[in-house]
Design a protein around this ligand. Structure first.
Ligand code: ADQ
Length: 726
């Protein structure tokens, strides 16, 4: 049975020193609660940092490890000299503000990359030590973005998931961070990458395209010879726990006390004291509301609970001072001897008090400037077993994409926010009820257990290798064996693609020139006894002739429509297909070219192609989609196929494809010849299909393929061929 390894920066256990002795207790965070079910079952193990506990004696160290082991926790010790730079420096000093779109909180000079890398490597060491084959590894959050790749490099067949708890930024902003490539590549080591919202997933896909040049197919990305799935898993809360608490005698008593304090309506804010939570603008909006609505003076109170957070980070210290000052100013300006508009609790509160506040609140303000999800909003809804209360929710919280019945607000528009606070306080009772009931239905249906279940099921599915695929760890050996078979074969038939297989794609077809090393390799192959080489390309005769005309190998242009036999000087074509469709197609493609800077049209005998490799990547892909829709409608009754390939849309006469070459070549091949086909794109898939068990197919590069084997890139493809002379 598979075991779950949960890997997060923090253990769900707080270790502290109380009166000199070590004290270990479970810490209640959202992640810890959510994962407590799977953590307590099936042998699961939680791997993480136990907190900053200095000066442990040898005995204490052993005793602590022992106690943690009983709680299924394995500590990762980060040396003090790295801790500050890893945690406060790169993680919370740079990634946290950037991912929340708060560039003004970014330091001028980002520090801590090396420590971040070393800390991730320490996690990798511990996970590798604990891992046994078949385990599911689930890595959490921005502190560990390098970890999936580090694990993949060391355990190629491991099943690895990654979940990002904070937003993923727009690609325009993500591009500003140093080491951006490494961060993306790090995450792509996983089989499944999860986000709270579809928006974050799209931003991630957009960064992959712009930073690494990797296009994703909605929820799939091909990278490093593997398929990586992307998924949306909005995290929920432990609704049962919050409902049980809300209905408990202790909470009921406390709620009644809070409501009976005076006849003030309670407006509540519950946050970690973090500059992303929108507390300062919330206070400004509340101030404006008090200014605009004197009739509420003495009749409303904002209870702001702020749990201290990251107190050693300078930006948080400044932020705290600013919040203190704002509250002082507002209370000073509006308060009376009997009434203070804001009650400020700067501390963590226990779950009974928290639940009672949720139950007593008339309005909860969740107004972050950006927030991955925001569990406070969901905890409030889960606690309202009385269907009461109004949730005011920022559009910029991940929760907003699920909780549409909340009263939505834009936290940046302080004046409107003040009006919305007023509206929330005066919402008619029937509307309040309708909204809260709808919110409860959703929050109760998608609780934290649903989140865990759906995430882990998707991870199992994403990491299941298709039956025909060779496990990553065995690929090198299989390739080596095929190389040996090629060397030993009495006769060899090689069917090779060109662009993307033997040379990198050029920005325009006429620029894809073979280098001298490739030409030399082909000349040597041509001279090798009992070796038959067929170069099968989609390019035109002219292009292929110019590049390879003087090498004695067989050439096939336009997917095999044209053939120049080995040693021959002229080309033989197939039967000329109808061309009636050509003129209107060229007109459409030229029209798209005019509207898509960087794209171009290529005319060939049996096809017309639109290339957009040099266009702006996202706009090019968008236009390509439009073009396909347009062409599909226009050409539905014409004898043509519309083929989308790597940065290319091609309209081609029906029946012309690389697969047609294969039967001819197999018929002519000497008995017992070993047949190898190598290619990289969809046209080559037809070639592989046509081989139908009569040869070995090898896919070059990323992407799905029906090929028997894969090589990661063009250099490896060339190395395999050069290996014939070893
Ligand atoms: P956080 O930024 O910590 O989490 P949030 O989702 O609101 O934000 O969770 C805060 C938790 O702390 C809640 O469970 C809440 O009850 C508790 N809490 C807050 N103030 C408290 C107080 N004064 N006393 C006691 N408890 C208090 C990150 C992301 C979020 C994402 C979560 C989960 O920033 O966007 O929702 O992870 O993925």
């Amino acid at each position: 049975m598979s075991r779950l390894l949960i890997v997060a920066n923090r253990l769900p256990i707080a270790v502290s020193r109380v009166d000199g002795a070590l004290h270990v207790e479970r810490s209640p965070g959202g992640l810890a609660t959510g994962l407590s079910g799977p953590h307590s079952k099936s042998d699961a193990l939680w791997i993480g940092w136990p907190g900053d506990i200095q000066d442990l004696s040898g005995d204490e160290h052993r005793a602590l490890e022992q106690r943690l082991a009983e709680l299924r926790a394995k500590p990762v010790w980060i040396p003090p000299e790295d801790l500050k730079e890893f945690y406060e420096g790169f993680s919370n000093g740079a990634l946290w503000p950037l991912f929340h779109h708060l560039l003004d909180q970014m330091p001028l000079h980002v520090h801590g990359w090396d420590a971040y890398e070393r800390a991730n490597a320490r996690f990798a060491d511990e996970v590798c030590r604990q891992y046994t084959e078949g385990d599911l590894i689930w890595v959490h959050d921005y502190q560990l973005m390098l970890l999936p790749k580090m694990l993949r490099d060391r355990m190629p067949d491991a099943r690895i998931g990654f979940f990002l708890h904070i937003p993923f930024p727009a690609s325009e902003l993500f591009r500003t961070i140093a080491h951006r490539e490494r961060l993306l590549e790090g995450v792509l080591g996983a089989d499944l990458v999860g986000f709270h919202t579809a928006g974050y997933m799209r931003s991630f896909a957009s960064s992959l395209l712009r930073v690494l040049g990797i296009a994703s197919n909605v929820d799939r990305v091909y990278y490093g010879q593997r398929e990586v799935r992307l998924g949306v898993f909005p995290m929920g809360v432990d609704t049962e726990k919050f409902a049980t608490l809300a209905d408990s005698p202790a909470v009921r008593t406390r709620t009644a006390e809070l409501c009976a304090m005076d006849d003030c309506a309670i407006v509540l804010g519950v946050d970690r004291l973090d500059y992303t939570k929108g507390i300062r603008r919330r206070l400004l909006a509340f101030e404006k509301f008090l200014y605009d609505h004197p009739e509420f003076h003495g009749r409303v109170r904002l209870i702001q609970v702020a749990v201290p957070s990251r107190t050693s980070v300078e930006a948080y210290q400044d932020f705290r001072n600013e919040v203190d000052a704002s509250i002082g100013r507002i209370n000073g300006a509006f308060g009376t001897a009997q009434w203070a508009p804001i009650h400020y609790l700067y501390r963590g509160i226990d779950e009974v008090e928290l639940s009672a506040l949720y139950c007593a609140a008339d309005v909860l303000l969740v107004t972050p400037v950006r927030d991955g999800m925001n569990l406070v909003a969901k905890e409030f809804v889960a606690s309202r077993t009385d269907d009461g209360g109004v949730l005011v929710l920022s559009e910029f919280a991940g929760a907003a994409s699920e909780l549409a019945e909340a009263v939505m607000m834009n936290p940046f528009d302080v004046d409107r926010a003040a009006e919305i606070f007023h509206r929330a306080l005066t919402l008619p009772a029937d509307e309040r009820l309708v909204r809260m009931r709808a919110l409860r239905r959703r929050v109760l249906s998608y609780d934290v257990h649903h989140w865990v279940r759906s995430s882990l099921e998707s991870l199992e599915e994403a990491s299941d290798q298709p039956d025909h695929a060779v496990p990553i760890s065995q690929r090198a050996a299989r390739l080596e064996a095929v190389g040996q078979q090629m060397r030993d074969a009495p006769a060899l038939l090689l069917i090779l693609g060109y662009d993307g297989t033997l040379v990198p794609f050029a920005s325009a077809p006429e620029l894809s020139r073979p280098d001298e090393e490739l030409l030399e390799l082909l000349r040597r192959l041509a001279a090798r006894p009992n070796t038959d080489i067929h170069l099968v390309s989609g390019s035109s005769r002219d292009v292929i002739e110019q590049r390879f005309g003087d090498i004695p190998i067989a050439l096939h242009a336009e997917y095999g429509f044209w053939e120049r036999a080995r040693g021959a000087s002229s080309w033989q074509g197939g039967e000329m297909p109808s061309q009636a469709w050509r003129e209107p197609v060229v007109a459409i493609l030229e029209n798209f070219t005019a509207r898509t800077p960087g794209s171009l049209v290529e005319e060939k005998t049996v096809s017309v192609a639109w290339h957009y490799r040099m266009a702006e990547p996202e706009y090019g892909a968008f236009q390509a989609n439009e073009l396909v829709i347009h062409l599909t409608q226009m050409l539905s009754n014409e004898p043509v196929e519309i083929v989308s390939d790597d940065k290319l849309i091609e309209v081609r006469a029906t029946g012309v494809n690389k697969g047609l070459v294969v039967p001819r070549l197999l018929d002519d091949a000497p008995r017992g010849a070993f047949v190898v086909a190598m290619g990289d794109d969809r046209n080559d898939e037809q070639l592989f299909a046509a081989l139908d068990g009569h040869g070995t197919s090898i896919h070059v590069g990323d992407g799905t393929s029906r090929a028997h084997l894969r090589v990661p890139d063009i250099d490896s493809a060339r190395r395999l061929l050069a290996g014939l002379f070893d």
